[in-house]
Design a protein around this ligand. Sequence first.
Ligand code: PEP
Length: 253
Amino acid sequence: MARTTLIAGNWKMNGRLEEAQALGRAVAVGSDAAFAAGVELLVCPPAVLIPPVAAALAGAPVKLGGQDCHAAASGAHTGDVAAEMLADAGCSYVIVGHSERRADHGEDDAVVRAKAEAAHRAGLSAIVCVGETRAERDAGRALEIISGQLAGSLPDGASAANTVVAYEPVWAIGTGLTATPADAQDVHAHIRAELRARFAGETAQAMRILYGGSMKPGNAAELLAQPDIDGGLIGGASLKAEEFLTIAGAAGA
Ligand code: PEP
């Protein structure tokens, strides 16, 4: 079954209003080529910048996502954003369980799972992030760690339509270090096998698994050519439209 390649930009806590609008416009201008090549483009700005970026994208084939959501639909959760609010703002995706959230906000697998369920409740696709630290990899525990994160973070109701898995080795995020295409493929194949063991074979076959961790124009083609790498979750390189679109071009090649 063919899986549509997803190239997703995680802008993190970067960009003031004008920069975010300019970045959105520049991605929009170059998005037709990616669309024509069958590549799905997604940008995830900081929550408060989603409406102006939505306006900047103005009808271009670029989807919008949040970087996080709360598990509840509303309530006394100062500073948080509900998945429903992201949907109202025009989002169709939300990232949950990014390693920076797991580290900075102590989010464990149960919290991530509840957030993914909230995304589904709101009609959003959840991009559920998993990945091992350097110490875990060096100890030969990478696959075991990822299996545990998948088991704990993916809701039972996950389907290819409402969930994307992102494999992001923590040691590769923002460091310029990247997993080799072969190492990344090994982990992606392991994730696919775990999905097959838990969900129907069809779901496992159709669910997209993104690679994230210093994906750049120079390494994207080789990573994206791997049979179980179905796209990228891109941090630093998504802040420059040209680099982001070049990666998308590598996906469509
Ligand atoms: C990320 O944080 O999701 C990420 C992959 O960042 P970078 O591309 O900068 O490593």
